[in-house]
Ligand binder design. Structure first.
Ligand SMILES: [Mg+2]
Length: 430
């Protein structure tokens, strides 16, 4: 077990801690090299318990690889190419990221939840309803709740984001079947609200992996909803480091419920934007580059949105309308507060627009800029468990420092196909 000074000191950047990371990554590289050179010899060198562990891993890998190959062969699994970070993602996270950047990525997660809770009482209302109730200069707390939602309570947007994040943390990699199963359990637990197409997909009889595809086939022009974009915050923070590489992860995670690739492109754009937006307010300057990473044939609507946010006639329950309104709300803001006022005032699917805008505004302005009067009452439930701001931040950190397939994350070329296995030892046990 790594002697982890972080656990003792709670200081992320102590030189001792960085030295531990360096040492451990050396060990991991050596382990990997050894394993690949002669697995049998390596196995014999292990003590009995380690050997049992090793055998289990190998067996798990074989089963999993076989299941994966079968899925790819019969078209039920599409491959997901993990962007390779040169070196270990966690040590890069720590060594090359300022503590300020950490606060901005936490701001992404908390900002999205705050927007969700702020916008919830105004869902399906007309444009302007928020400002009518809270005119400029109003001193009342805007976290008012409604007959359905308590003041400060976040909705299905954040609930699903939490489920997605917890699945990745518990499984150790993005496993769509597991996410689908957890989402299904959540629907069965009777949450206050579930999106229409999301509910239809999660409760339809073919289950995973057929259900999202079937829904798309049955509704070819009506399944690019905002339901996969709305739950992006944790994953966008987790893969923020890989920049445009995060687009692949976004598409992959989107497809758990939304087989329409247009929904995946909207989420991809959000992920990419969050990866670069930290403290960076001129969104357009980066947007051109990110648009170039969207898929041909799906890029054009987003180009029009960026050129003229809110110029779209698409309702904001669609991925395009939602992205457009959220982008507009943040673009014309000078503070987190202002971005939220703009987003909550658009009418329609206000909680989701404000959740997306809140994530983007959160990563731009940072956690410290989110007003305490909104953070303090923030809470929500997934099943029987209640989450408050500290829980969201903790889950965000846990996910960001998770060793996803860490031992295999070295120098495999520019990209590699991600297999849902992990043959190396865990490097850091945070
Ligand atoms: Mg909602």
């Amino acid at each position: 077990m790594v002697d982890n000074p972080l656990k003792r000191s709670k200081e992320i950047y102590t030189p001792e801690y960085l030295a531990v990371l360096e040492r451990e990554s050396e060990k991991s590289r050596a382990w990997q090299a050894e394993h690949e050179k002669d697995p049998d010899r390596y196995r014999r060198s292990l003590g009995s318990e380690m050997r049992r562990n090793f055998d289990q891993r190998v067996e798990m890998e074989e089963t999993s690889n076989q299941a994966w190959a079968d899925g790819v062969a019969d078209g039920t699994i599409s491959t997901y190419t993990e962007p390779v970070v040169h070196g270990n993602m966690n040590s890069i996270n720590r060594q090359h990221m300022s503590s300020d950047r950490h606060q901005h990525l936490r701001g992404l997660v908390v900002g999205a939840a705050v927007g969700d809770a702020l916008g919830a009482p105004f869902e399906f209302g007309p444009a302007g309803a928020f400002r009518d109730r809270f005119p400029a200069g109003s001193t009342s707390n805007e976290m008012v709740g409604s007959s359905l939602w308590d003041p400060g309570e976040f909705t299905d947007d954040t609930q699903m984001a939490i489920i997605e994040a917890e699945s990745i943390v518990d499984v150790g990699w993005p496993d769509r079947a597991d996410m689908f199963r957890r989402f299904g359990q959540w629907v069965a637990s009777g949450p206050k609200d579930v999106g229409i197409s999301t509910r239809a997909v999660l409760t339809s009889s073919p289950g995973w992996p057929r259900a999202p595809k079937q829904y798309f086939e049955q509704h070819p022009n009506g399944s690019a909803g905002n339901g996969s974009l709305m739950r992006s915050s944790f994953a966008a923070a987790r893969w923020a480091l890989v920049g445009e590489g995060s687009a692949e992860v976004a598409r992959y995670l989107s497809s758990v419920t939304h087989a329409d690739p247009a929904a995946g492109e909207g989420r991809a754009l959000f992920h990419m934007l969050c990866s670069q937006a930290s403290g960076f307010r001129d969104l357009d300057a980066r947007m051109d580059r990110f648009l170039g990473f969207l898929k041909d044939g799906l890029r054009e609507p987003y180009e029009r949105i960026v050129a003229s946010p809110r110029g779209t006639t698409m309702p904001n329950g669609t991925v395009w309308g939602c992205f457009s309104d959220a982008y507009w709300a943040v673009k014309r803001s000078d503070s987190f507060e202002e971005a939220m006022y703009n987003a909550c005032d658009v009418g329609g699917d206000t909680d989701t627009v404000a959740a997306v805008a809140g994530g983007l505004a959160g990563v731009i302005y940072g956690l410290d800029e989110i007003p305490e009067r909104w953070v303090e009452p923030l809470h929500g439930n997934v099943g029987a468990q209640t989450y408050r701001v500290d829980d969201l931040v903790e889950l965000c950190d846990q996910l960001r420092y998770l060793s996803i397939d860490n031992a295999n994350m070295w120098d495999y070329g520019t990209t590699r196909t991600y297999l849902p296995t992990h043959t190396g030892p865990p490097i850091w046990d945070l």
